[in-house]
Design a protein around this ligand. Structure first.
Ligand code: 6PG
Length: 249
């Protein structure tokens, strides 16, 4: 069914990140009040860095971190100490500054001899912590790649209907090649999804993806994101620079 994407536009990445932090904090207290915990999956790439730094600096005491569980939507199959690792980004920018029980932080393992084994292990961990075969995240943060990928789900990937797995191994056309990613089915079980998109270089693909969503065309992995819950696009002005059409605030 065609969707009307909920797009919020901001003058800067700072403003975008502040708005996303406010919404994240609100969702965390709602989820903790309703279900006793907040199940959050982080995104990688560069765009979420400002948001993470804000969480580490301004939200240390305003989010009840002891009831928050932190997962990753995807990871590069490289050591966590490597600056290109998504775990490394989160660790450096906020995990090191907040009081969260270590057992509530669930990085995607990248030290197994086989990535398949790491994916299976993370799948089991999700099922254990969620206590259900089909985990429903309270919030998943996603980015948008210039080829229309999201998490580590790249164009050309055969999207399986196999619902038994929540985590798969994929290959990236650029950057660290081997990836581990939540499946599209798992992403689409989320109660809330935030896309964080910034930069002029994303204007073209963002327009294509949003048009596909409006026309229910799954042409890009990002346009297949159609969860049970709510999707909000947090976009900075440079990412819509060329659009020239009026957009919702
Ligand atoms: C990754 C990400 C990926 C990212 C996009 C956008 O591990 O690379 O999870 O999906 O979100 O590639 O990346 P930027 O924010 O750097 O543009």
């Amino acid at each position: 069914m065609p969707l009307e994407p909920h797009i919020r536009i901001f003058p800067t990445v700072q403003a975008l990140s502040e708005a996303a932090a406010i919404e994240l904090a609100r969702l965390s207290s709602d989820s903790i009040a309703q279900r006793g915990r907040f199940m959050l999956a982080l995104s990688g790439g560069s765009t979420p860095r400002t948001l993470y730094e804000l969480l580490g600096k301004n939200y240390r005491n305003s989010i009840d971190w002891q009831y928050v569980h932190i997962f990753w939507g995807d990871e590069r199959y490289i050591p966590h100490e490597n600056p290109e690792s998504n775990y490394f980004l989160a660790k450096k920018s906020f995990l090191g500054y907040i009081e969260i029980p270590i057992e509530n932080i669930h990085p995607i393992p990248t030290s197994y001899s086989s990535p398949e084994e790491a994916a299976r292990t993370y799948d089991h961990e999700l099922k254990d912590i969620f206590g259900e075969i089909k985990p429903e995240f309270d919030l998943i943060l996603l980015g948008l790649g210039s080829d229309g990928h999201t998490a580590s789900l790249f164009p050309g990937l055969k999207f399986e209907n196999d619902d038994s797995r929540n985590v798969i191994v994929t290959e990236s056309p650029a950057g660290p090649r081997i990836r581990i990613s939540l499946t599209m089915n798992t992403i689409n079980r989320a109660r809330n999804i935030f896309f964080l998109v910034e930069g002029e270089e994303k204007a073209g693909i963002l327009k294509k993806v949003l048009n596909c969503i409006q026309e229910d065309q799954p042409n890009f992995p990002a346009s297949r994101v159609n969860p049970i819950g709510i999707v909000t696009w947090f976009v900075d002005r440079t990412a819509i620079k060329e659009w020239g059409q009026p957009l919702k605030k």
